[in-house]
Ligand binder design. Structure first.
Ligand SMILES: [Zn+2]
Length: 290
């Protein structure tokens, strides 16, 4: 069994949250432990990591069953572990649960590509069979640990985030995975709306900790700063793309030059992740072009 991954223990001993960080894509598999039962959120990535997460949810500080699995959205890295918790209720946003056949095929092909990369064999894997699909919100309680899942499209058309009032924590899926480089895989304007909503919720709900699906946990003053950084990124990118177009460049070179300028603005090398600048610039161009 693969033993990859590391537990991130950010909180006190009574923290309901556990996070297993994979060395693959800095992926955070998240677990929530209540007094009666437990929940896994977007569990991944390798079978060994899924087993570790399940065992920990079942046995850490007492014994319980994993009653719920929440899949925040349909992207392939987020659905890999849905079958690893027999008996658990599988929840997902309606839009994600009802992805058309063609989209499912694309997602499953991406799952298989990662399987191959990680030397994982999962012949039984299927697109999630969802017990509970929700429109705007889903709420349940694990025993003195309420869980609220809120639909928040933007990163994708099917993304949701998870609010844990008891520990003032927001699990933001693929929002804020790398502050200063928003991962927009759908519509720029919706992504910006989602960021503004996150900012409002952080204030209204008194959120003190954000756990994105990849990379670092954000705490305290970093929350607001990270959201504002992503909003500013889009504002700057719009200006940069517009200025490149105003110079009379064709659309493709405008996108490439804009992405490059965003990299220079960042001032540090982020390796292959800089492709997201290009992707974001294309999406901004789509908005400006309309
Ligand atoms: Zn995603």
């Amino acid at each position: 069994m693969s033993n990859s991954g590391a537990w991130l223990t950010a909180g006190p001993a009574d923290d309901p949250l556990i996070v297993l960080r994979s060395d693959f894509w800095g992926y955070n598999s998240i677990g929530i432990i209540g007094e009666d039962s437990a929940c896994a959120v977007d569990p991944g990535v390798r079978p060994g990591e899924l087993t570790r997460l399940r065992r920990s949810l079942e046995t850490r500080r007492g014994q319980r069953l994993v009653s719920n699995v929440v899949l925040t959205h349909s992207h392939h890295d987020h659905i890999r572990g849905w079958q690893a918790f027999p008996g658990a209720r599988i929840s997902m946003p309606q839009v994600a649960a009802e992805k058309p056949a063609q989209a499912r095929q694309r997602i499953l092909a991406a799952v298989r590509a990662i399987d191959e990369h990680l030397a994982v064999t999962a012949p039984e894997f299927t697109y999630p069979l969802v017990d509970e699909a929700f429109d705007e919100m889903l709420a349940f309680d694990l025993g003195r640990c309420p869980v609220e899942v809120h639909f928040l499209p933007g990163h994708s058309n099917c993304t949701s985030v998870v609010h844990l009032p008891s520990c003032k924590t927001l699990l933001t899926a693929d929002y804020l995975v790398m502050p200063g480089l928003p991962y927009c895989r759908w519509e720029v304007e919706s992504h910006e709306d989602a960021l503004r909503t996150l900012l409002r919720w952080c204030g209204e709900w008194g959120v003190e900790r954000i756990v994105p699906a990849h990379n670092e946990i954000l705490q305290g003053e970093r929350l607001r700063a990270a959201i504002l950084e992503d909003l500013e990124y889009f504002a700057v990118l719009r200006e940069v793309v517009a200025s490149e177009l105003a110079c009379g460049r064709d659309r493709e070179s405008a996108v490439r030059r804009a992405a490059k300028r965003m990299g220079v603005r960042r001032g540090r090398d982020i390796g292959g992740r800089r492709r997201q600048d290009l992707d974001n610039a294309r999406r901004v161009l789509g908005v400006l072009g309309n």
